[in-house]
Design a protein around this ligand. Structure first.
Ligand code: ZN
Ligand code: ZN
Length: 347
């Protein structure tokens, strides 16, 4: 079968013929319906070199996957061929205290495991079949279309986890700001905020088209990023500032904006791996603001995200690409012209 593989750091992925996977004991082969193209794939192609991570190429890209159970190895029970499933992405050890509660994104033994998951050291979903080494990483999709559901596993799960930690701050009269609101994670984050909270949602992005997309999925206000963005946010909140900032971008300018407008005791949550830095000193940020990075989400949270989608309360907006056109998707992502999430359809 053809697979889109990263064969070396600092290179473009290549379509390469590889053997179809066979499931060993406890393993499941999934026929991939869709594999989301993630902005972090661009970082994999461009920003890493040998030794920066405990894993590396060659591997098949695609860490945001859904499909159908194709074949099961010995010992796998409770699944049947043809079952539609989402593939949970961060693969932990399964035995540490974090993994035991489904928080494999924060596995305590990640360093010794090497690869971080399918499409992140292990072979991912940008091929007809994907080997999933444990059935605990499969979440049933019910009636959801696996192509449209693929982005739930990262573009949905990552903002869900980031928002969930701040729910106590997001009661009536509160304000949440999503930076990068028109992007793959942002448009899901806006929908999740609208589904879970009564907060007023302020979308921040670079152009009016992105703000329009955010407003179509639940943002009440839109602000174009730039020098007077902070003043606009202060005006919208009548000077009070925002309770929670979810920064899907994470460059210097977006971090500075979040720090400038987050009110005392608010949360500033950095989701985007844009590589910016946020200098913190006693007077540079409001009192008792908590700054946190978050990484992906937990297995129970993925089940909750799937439930929200099944109830029609969140819907990934997707653009479909064939495997041979994956490079087009990544070019559009780099150029900022994607509308919603690019999903690669291998078959
Ligand atoms: Zn991702
Ligand atoms: Zn673990």
């Amino acid at each position: 079968m053809q697979a889109l593989r990263l064969t070396a750091w600092k290179s473009d992925p290549e379509l390469i013929e590889v053997d179809e996977p066979e499931p060993g004991p406890g393993e499941v082969v999934v026929k991939v319906a869709g594999a989301g193209a993630c902005h972090s794939d661009l970082h994999l192609m461009h920003d890493f070199t040998d030794g920066l991570l405990p894993w590396g190429p060659p591997f098949t890209l695609g860490h945001e996957n859904a499909g159908w159970v194709e074949a099961m190895g010995p010992g796998v029970t409770g699944l049947a061929a043809g079952d539609p499933v989402a593939v949970y992405g961060p693969w932990g050890c399964g035995r540490c205290a974090r993994c035991r509660v489904g928080m494999e994104n924060y596995c305590e033994r990640q360093a010794e495991l090497g690869a971080a998951g399918g499409g992140l050291g292990h072979d991912g979903g940008m091929a007809r079949y994907m080997l999933v080494p444990s059935d605990r990483w499969l979440v049933p999709l019910g009636d959801l279309d696996p192509v449209a559901a693929a982005p739930l596993t990262d573009a949905g799960l990552t903002p869900y986890h980031a928002i969930k930690r701040s729910l106590p701050l997001l009661g009536a009269g509160s304000t949440a700001m999503v930076i990068g609101a028109g992007g793959g994670l942002g448009h899901m984050g806006v929908q999740i905020l609208a589904a879970l909270t009564p907060a007023t949602i302020i979308a921040v992005d670079q152009n009016q088209g992105a703000l329009d997309r955010a407003s179509q999925v639940g943002a009440q206000h839109g602000v174009i990023s730039g020098e007077d963005a902070a003043d606009q946010v202060r005006d919208i909140t009548k000077g009070r500032g925002i309770d929670v900032c979810i920064d899907m971008v994470g460059v210097d300018a977006t971090l500075a904006l979040g720090a400038a407008v987050t009110r005392p005791m608010g949360h500033l949550t950095i989701v985007g791996i844009g590589g910016g830095t946020l200098p913190i000193s006693f007077f540079s940020i409001a009192y008792e603001v908590s700054v946190a990075t978050t990484y992906w989400g937990t297995i129970p949270e993925l089940m909750e995200v799937v439930t929200l989608a099944a109830e029609g309360r969140i819907t990934p907006h997707i653009q479909r690409f064939g495997l041979a056109d994956a490079h087009t998707a990544y070019e559009a992502m780099q150029a900022g012209t994607l509308e919603g999430r690019a999903v690669i359809i291998p078959d």
